[in-house]
Design a protein around this ligand. Structure first.
Ligand code: 1PR
Length: 525
């Protein structure tokens, strides 16, 4: 029996699913006494250090937790569940951590994008039972802006490189904690959890361990989901956002099945976009929540869900906040939520008033769940202009002149799935969203969507250069060379595709093999 400490700030469903897939029975901590009576305790932390400590203290869980760990009983902390063990964090000055180990939690500084999101390797510092059947060159999924800096080097189990070398896991007796997410690290991560559950066997030091690690470029499979005219929830795909063919919604398969296929084929992440959620209220759209619940039972890589994350008042006058909508998605198995239309309206407001309200969906959700959980999905369309001073927007000089020979363009943000253009450009949107607390940009492009003609390098470069959070390039992938081009020319952290994967024109493995042959770091399948 495993006892799981859920303090209600994120996706613990995936940890439960991972443990159950390994045959464990999981019970949740309901009262402080449940911690003390645990046989094995797992503590997955997500979100913000301050809110985590406030909740632990407020619910009377901090003391039993310290007591349990100090008694040397089996403990597995994940992400913030590692950071909580230290004295304090730069994320929440003045807030005390559990202080089981000496040391601080620090923020990444330097030129690399923060949060550190994606698959990175481990440098092994000491043998552990945890590493049985681990070869050493595998990659694990990280998503964090802060890392622990222990004072006692003897507790350091692994280290990882990202601008600096940081501690990516610790072990002291039976107390183990990882910065990476084993429950989101595919079959390799499950091996780590299995070793913890087993708790027996020899200490092992992986053979292929390297002396340096590199973050992999992520390949993401995207599933645009909506109901077709018969009322079935299907994965569809548009050409420049038009998903109908001969009047019918294109049907490319079932969401859960396709997601499982991409997981098995080596996708580093799966994104679901509920593309008609701007019309319907997503919490009424239970099938989408069901899709997430079912997918997270068999897919152990990160899941992002977008569509309809905004405040909403239903016909009976009942108000739901974007935070409530997001919370439901997280509870159903999402690791990140993506905000599209509402982000444009939030930025319009910000630009009009010159300041943040503190109450926008981006601010509210990132405050509770952490920046890394908030993705902004941008749906821009290219607008040509004759000269840069013709509009007040961020204008670029383009190598692809417009229909009347225009040499300049800007990228207009749209809402409602491209149906309505607004007076905000993609670069400004990305910058303001970063300021408000977004952790990642999913950059689509209506002109390229479904064309197989390659990513819009000019758009992607200008957004990537404007922000310091990770950027996912999307729209237009037609072959493996397009992925290489976008990584080499823009430096984005991830690239997403839909049509070529759905139609089996190109496989994820083919893309990764091609990238690896051309010296791009990838997560091997
Ligand atoms: O506005 O917060 O409700 O979110 C709605 C979400 O649905 C947005 O993220 C928006 O991008 C998405 N969306 C809305 N309508 C469509 C549509 O296609 N009619 N899909 C749509 C956007 C773009 C990508 C696509 C890539 C790669 N789809 O998701 O997967 O362009 O395609 P490709 O590789 O085939 O070129 P909200």
């Amino acid at each position: 029996m495993i006892t799981l400490l859920d303090y209600g700030a994120g996706n613990v469903r995936s940890v439960v699913n991972a443990l159950e897939s390994l045959g464990a029975t999981v019970r949740q901590v309901e009262r402080p006494e449940d911690i003390l009576s645990a046989e094995k305790l797992v503590f997955p932390g997500v979100g913000n250090f301050r809110s985590m400590m406030n909740i632990l203290e407020g619910k009377g869980l901090a003391e039993p937790l310290k007591h349990y760990i100090n008694e040397g009983r089996p403990f597995f902390g994940i992400c913030l569940g590692l950071q909580a063990l230290f004295e304090e964090s730069e994320e929440a000055p003045g807030v005390k951590g559990l202080g089981i180990f000496k040391g601080k939690v620090k923020r990444f500084t330097g030129p690399l994008a923060v949060p550190h999101i994606g698959w990175n390797g481990l440098v092994f510092k000491k043998p552990s039972k945890l590493f049985q059947h681990i070869e050493g060159d595998e990659k694990f999924y990280f998503v964090h802006s802060y890392y622990v800096a222990p004072e006692e080097s003897s507790i350091i189990l692994t280290q990882t490189d990202y601008g600096c070398r940081f501690t990516s896991s610790i072990q002291h007796g039976k107390c183990i904690a990882t910065q990476f997410h084993p429950e989101k690290s595919g079959s390799t991560g499950l091996k780590i959890l299995k070793n913890f559950l087993k708790g027996t066997g020899q200490d092992a030091l992986p053979e292929k361990a390297s002396q340096q690690t590199r973050l992999a470029k992520r390949i993401i499979a995207c599933l645009d989901v909506r109901s077709n005219d018969q009322g079935d929830l299907v994965v569809t795909k548009g050409d420049q956002y038009d998903v109908r063919e001969k009047g019918e919604v294109r049907n490319l398969g079932r969401p859960v099945e396709l997601a499982a296929r991409y997981y098995n084929e080596g996708a580093d992440e799966i994104t679901f976009l509920n593309i008609t959620a701007f019309r319907d209220f997503p919490l009424k759209d239970m099938p989408m929540l069901e899709v997430l619940k079912r997918t997270s039972k068999e897919v152990f890589v990160p899941l992002t869900i977008g569509g309809g994350i905004r405040d909403y008042t239903d016909r009976d006058g009942r108000h739901y906040s974007a935070l409530q909508v997001a919370a439901e998605y997280f509870r159903s198995g999402a690791d990140k939520i993506s905000i599209g239309s509402d982000a444009v309206l939030i930025v319009e407001d910000y630009l009009k008033n010159g300041q943040a309200t503190g109450e926008s969906a981006i601010e509210m959700i990132s405050k509770i769940y952490g920046n890394q959980a908030v993705v902004i999905s941008i749906d821009p369309r290219r607008i040509y202009v004759k000269s840069p001073d013709q509009v007040k927007h961020h204008v670029i000089e383009t190598k692809h002149p417009g229909p009347n020979g225009e040499r300049y363009c800007w990228y207009q943000c749209t809402i409602k799935g491209g149906r309505e253009g607004r007076d905000v450009d993609a670069v400004t949107l990305a910058k303001v969203c970063e300021r408000l607390g977004a952790g990642e940009i999913l950059l689509n492009c209506i002109d390229r969507d479904g064309t197989n003609s390659g990513f819009d390098i000019e758009l992607i470069k200008s957004v990537k250069n404007a922000v310091s959070i990770p950027v996912i390039a999307s729209s237009g992938a037609g072959n493996p060379a397009h992925f290489l081009e976008v990584f080499k020319k823009t430096g984005v952290e991830a690239a997403l595709a839909a049509g070529i994967f759905h139609r089996r024109e190109v496989g994820i493995k083919e893309v990764k093999d091609y990238l690896a042959q051309n010296s791009v770091e990838i997560r091997p399948i």
